[in-house]
Ligand binder design. Structure first.
Ligand code: ARG
Length: 578
């Protein structure tokens, strides 16, 4: 096993079970420690549980645990901590599989089929920064959970249906199809939407036409559907161009908009009725899941069918969850959606459970996130108060990154500078989003995200390129994947770097535990810093001893490999040369 922390957890769990069978399944708490490599602090809580003196239990645990050849030193400290110092040779040996394509990361057992609902912008409307967050976080999770060995189904739950389409189609007709298509394809989605809205609010005749159009759309009128499809297609083209530029793994086959569920809605209502879950409330058909109440403590309905017989957002989400569970046989559903939709999603999950569609161990999770703020602490907008256009944001990021690259990397030719600027600019936006705990708001700050100092994408990208450059400087081919790792620890800084490298598997796994990509960011930042310290203290190419030089070159190569792999899981490129 590449990650010693995982091995320790396993060995201590086995020892606990041998001490007392009632402790089977206990998950020992093991943390990196300042006093040793790791500290095990299970004896206090478990001692209490067994009615035993924790220090005595710790002594017994220390005698029982099998760590020959793994730990060089074990001691009980304080009220019952166990300090573990790893054996140097064992630690270096943990690097053995860090060069293979999985980088020592064990595959999930059992692999799950995960549907990740993310991005999900709305047709003929600009993606806002909330969609940016959903896209960036969702893509990092799709990549990471996939790398962990799960089967990932990406669902882009596009907002492509509903009453606004009446006015959007009429506006399209007013403009002429050609003109409308051009406007949408250059990405002036907001302009298009706003013009339609203005006419709808100010022009009676237009509003009447729009309402009639909604009726025609719902009735499946062929010409209306053709016009609707045009809007959807143009918007998808635009969204796909953004995904492309951002290196997002969503493809055209991942679009599965709200309209994809239209045919299933009647069946959903019938089934809920047959299961006795539907209540008619003020003419609307609703389900009242337990535990959801409004301001005055009144039970909250999930409206499945409105008074006018129409279906809304909730009905579509019910059909979608049923489809994902029963037709796609998913075991795990993730919804990467802003925090304000939490109640809606929790109610959908609750109703799905009531209907028997979502049976444990299958589960659904709302991967919520906070807002993006401007430097005034308010929701991030352009200076004139408009929604920020993602295309503009990407342009600006790349433009600003180009300035950084021009000053920092004058040795690169123009083409290469442009490529690096793209990787750095897009990487900076993504990393700024991913590196703080997603549930928090964060402030969008160009200077900070593009800084070469601190927990930023450029810092990591430069660290990666520096580690790679050593091989170029010495005119050496970097080791190939099948070349055995030959690290021997001769210096404290090598030991620290080794420890950090072998913690990669744990860092990747920790993302899946609670859907927290920022943990991987923190890990990579620590790795880059540990590498810098190593590089300052340990000459690599100028090492006196041939074996030491080879060992240090291996550490550089593994650091570069792990940094690149980690960044890739976050959806960020790591150029070879910067
Ligand atoms: N289109 C929605 C919005 O822009 C997000 C959809 C989220 N996914 C879902 N299954 N409800 O707010």
């Amino acid at each position: 096993m590449a990650d010693p922390q995982l091995l320790l957890r396993q060995r201590f769990a086995e020892a606990l079970e041998r001490i007392d069978p009632s402790l089977a399944g206990a998950d020992p708490v093991i943390r990196p420690s300042q006093h040793a490599d790791f500290q095990v602090n299970s004896a206090m809580a478990l001692g209490k549980r067994l009615g035993r003196n924790p220090r005595e239990l710790a002594d017994q645990l220390l005698a029982e645990v099998e760590l020959a050849g793994i730990a060089s030193q074990l001691e009980v400290a304080g009220p019952g901590f166990i300090n573990v110092t790893l054996d140097d040779a064992y630690l270096a040996g943990c690097l053995a599989d860090l060069r293979d394509p999985r980088r020592g990361v064990p595959a999930a057992e059992p692999a799950e089929r995960v549907v990740i609902d993310y991005s999900a912008p709305n047709v003929a409307k600009e993606m806002h920064v909330g969609h940016l967050r959903s896209t960036v976080i969702g893509d990092a999770l799709a990549r990471t959970l996939g790398f962990l060995g799960n089967e990932i189904i990406r669902h882009n739950h596009l907002g492509d249906w509903g009453t606004p389409f009446g006015m959007l189609i009429e506006h399209l007709l007013d403009l002429g199809e050609q003109e409308a298509a051009t406007e949408l394809s250059v990405g002036d989605l907001n302009g298009f939407y706003k013009q339609a809205r203005t006419k709808f609010d100010g022009d009676e005749a237009f509003a009447d036409r729009a309402r009639a159009r909604v009726v025609a759309l719902q009735a499946g009128d062929v010409e209306t559907l053709r016009l609707w499809r045009l809007l959807v297609d143009q918007s998808e083209l635009y969204f796909s161009s953004i995904y492309d530029r951002m290196g997002v793994t969503l493809t055209d086959t991942d679009y599965r908009g709200e309209s994809a569920y239209n045919e299933l809605l009647d069946g959903v209502v019938d089934e809920l009725r047959a299961k006795g879950l539907l209540v008619t409330d003020d003419g609307a058909e609703c389900v009242f899941p337990e535990g959801f109440v409004g301001r005055e403590g009144e039970p909250l309905p999930l409206i499945v069918r409105k008074r006018d017989g129409g279906y809304g957002y909730a009905a579509t989400d019910l059909a979608a969850i049923r489809f994902r569970m029963l037709d796609l046989d998913a075991t795990w559903l993730l919804y990467v959606v802003g925090a304000p939709q939490s109640e809606h999603l929790e109610m959908v999950f609750a109703v799905a459970r009531m209907a028997g569609w979502l049976e444990p161990p299958a589960r659904a999770e709302h991967v919520a996130f906070g807002s993006v703020l401007g430097d005034d602490g308010k929701i991030f907008r352009t200076r004139s108060g408009e929604t920020v256009k993602l295309a503009d944001l990407i342009d600006e990021a790349i433009g600003r990154a180009a300035e950084v690259v021009a000053t920092k990397s004058p040795h690169l030719d123009a083409t290469e500078q442009a490529e690096v600027a793209e990787a750095v600019g897009v990487g900076a936006i993504k990393y700024a989003d991913l590196s703080s705990d997603r549930v928090n708001d964060y402030v969008f700050d160009w200077d900070r995200m593009l800084s070469l100092q601190g927990n930023t994408a450029p810092y990591l990208q430069y660290a990666h390129a520096r580690a790679r450059s050593i091989f170029r400087k010495a005119d050496l081919e970097p080791p190939t994947a099948d070349q055995p790792v030959a690290v021997t620890i001769t210096h404290a800084a090598e030991r620290e770097l080794t420890k950090q490298l072998v913690a990669f598997a744990g860092a990747v796994a920790s993302v899946a535990d609670g859907m927290r990509p920022h943990r991987l960011c923190t890990y990579l930042f620590d790795l880059a810093q540990t590498y810098t310290a190593f590089y300052e203290q340990c000459p690599v190419l100028r090492a006196d001893d041939e074996a030491v030089r080879a060992s240090r070159l291996d550490l550089c190569d593994l650091t570069a490999g792990v940094l690149a792999q980690g960044l890739d899981l976050l959806g960020i490129e790591a150029p070879e040369r910067i």
